[in-house]
Design a protein around this ligand. Sequence first.
Ligand code: NDP
Ligand code: MG
Length: 392
Amino acid sequence: MKRIAILGATGSIGTQALEVAREHPDFVKIEVLTAASNAELLVKQALEFLPKTVVISDESKYQWVKKSLSAKAIQVLAGNNALCEVVKDASIDMVLTALVGFAGLEPTVSAIQAGKDIALANKETLVVAGEHIMSLASQYGVHILPVDSEHSAIFQCLTGESPESVEKIYLTASGGPFRGKGRDFLAHITKREALKHPNWVMGQKITIDSASLMNKGLEVIEAKWLFNLSIEQIDVIVHPQSIIHSLTQFKDGSLKAQLGLPDMKLPIQYALLYPDRPANSFQRFDFMDYPQLSFEKPDLETFANLRLAYQAVQQGGNMPCILNAANEVAVAAFLNDEIGFLEMSAIIEESMQLIPFILSPSLADYVSIDQEARKIARDLVTKKKKVYQIEK
Ligand code: NDP
Ligand code: MG
């Protein structure tokens, strides 16, 4: 029985993790559930799974949550610090990091320092501070199990293999809703169009990241740290059907791939229950539904974010943190109708140019780097917003 804390239980990954828990009551016990502000769903989940503790980050909802759960022996916490505290609880073995963005970093560090294994969905943590996180994990003897489908695929391909035998990996990308389009087209797309992913239903931020290929860029950086690879060993290949989740190529030329329907419940189950593979009722793959699997090269000219992510990780130091912070600001501004789709890349690129390079930031430095990058990116949004509103 694994005792699990889900940070971000009310989101896309969080709710699917609870479906996995529902499927495997003999393997999984939910001990902690957290949400940013969706108090109604959090309470509903708590009444079903009866965790030891729930956390609502939005303090204005604390009283309501507390009252709603008063008939049960469930501890209710609120506020941002609560996440870093709750992950240390002796009642849990593993923390699923299913919250979005930089906010995942500090609770993940706290969980590792408390010796908890991590089921890592929050890729931004590894993008920002991958080197520190991996060395902390080895220092505390903690396992980091990938939830991201591509990384789960690579992890599954590596089972039983020696790390030295890997020549390279291929991360597959669906290409998103704008695959094959040029910059002229992207200049006029709306938020509604960008939020329509062809294969996956996900939270808003990652859906926009998938449309801009930033998601793949973040995943390249995530893979570098998770699997201790050089950037030259990581290739991206567009595979529109999202059936091959990723591939590993070994030094003898052999390729191993992991395939399955685009359903996040599979990699979530693998991470939560590793190394077990208990049977489940999830939908099975049918070859006749996919008579053809196809592959293309990613278009780095049109989708500049993937190029910028490669650039950031090659530079190293504070650059991936700046890339991530500027991207979070740009995506929020795009979703808020303040800027157009292409301005997102421009804001990220300019932020990377404006902020001085630091080669070896400490883990503690990342909070201020993130804040500085957000401020610069916000200023750029304000400038571009005026032009965008006039052109619109
Ligand atoms: P969602 O937006 O659907 O859910 C995010 C969850 O985190 C919600 O429970 C939300 O609470 C909570 N949350 C958001 N911001 C904060 C914050 N600042 N502090 C505390 N809690 C917060 O996101 P996804 O589930 O799509 O993504 C989660 C992570 O998993 C991301 O890092 C993403 O890149 C990664 N991932 C997601 C995949 C997917 O299929 N969705 C696939 C692979 C990786 P509330 O509901 O109250 O707002
Ligand atoms: Mg992915």
